[in-house]
Design a protein around this ligand. Structure first.
Ligand SMILES: [Zn+2]
Length: 185
């Protein structure tokens, strides 16, 4: 269970402006190697796997309802240190291997069938691919910027909430613009 005191809350307006966050990353407290701009979503409680639910929902007729619940904050110039970048890259490589390897494995029995009588074990390769494809969602999520930096947007979209940030990140924040705890002031 996350203690509310481990949360640092920043106004979304602040993080939308360049150079207003901190020069040290949230996770390791190391100097930023790169400043990134991205959109940060609020978390929405969904049944089952959030990543898959979110993707299935956006394709369904509930897309409108889902979009209304999710608040997005524009983040400008967020610090990522070289360790953050490496961590993100590693998860993305794992996700890509599982995803493209999975696609290849699923397709291979069908492609092989064009040319030869497919041996029985090829069905196993195809089945493994079917498993690898959804599993690739997990490293993909772990390597996403919100997971790497440990931040999300508050339910009302007015704040960005960072979970257990480094003391270096916190000390680099502008005075009086942030507070500890999960909800807005
Ligand atoms: Zn870092």
């Amino acid at each position: 269970m996350i203690q509310v005191t481990d949360l640092v809350t920043l106004p979304a307006e602040l993080v939308g402006q360049p150079g207003h966050v901190s020069r040290h990353c949230t996770r390791h407290g190391e100097p930023a190697a790169r400043y990134r701009d991205f959109k940060l979503q609020s978390s929405v409680k969904l049944e089952g796997s959030r990543w898959w639910s979110a993707n299935v929902l956006t394709m369904s007729s509930d897309a409108g309802d889902y979009a209304k619940k999710v608040k997005v904050a524009e983040v400008t110039g967020w610090p990522l240190c070289s360790r953050c970048l490496r961590m993100r890259a590693r998860w993305m490589v794992v996700a890509a291997v599982l995803f493209y390897g999975g696609l290849l494995a699923v397709a291979s029995p069908f492609v092989a069938a064009i040319f030869v009588d497919v041996p029985g074990w090829m069905a196993g390769v195809g089945a493994a691919g079917f498993v690898a494809l959804p599993v690739s969602a997990w490293p993909f999520s772990r390597g996403s910027i919100p997971r790497v930096i440990g931040a999300r947007t508050s339910a009302d979209g007015a704040f960005v909430v960072v979970r257990s940030p480094s003391s270096e990140f916190v000390s680099g924040l502008p005075d009086g613009e942030w507070h500890r705890g999960g909800s807005g002031p």
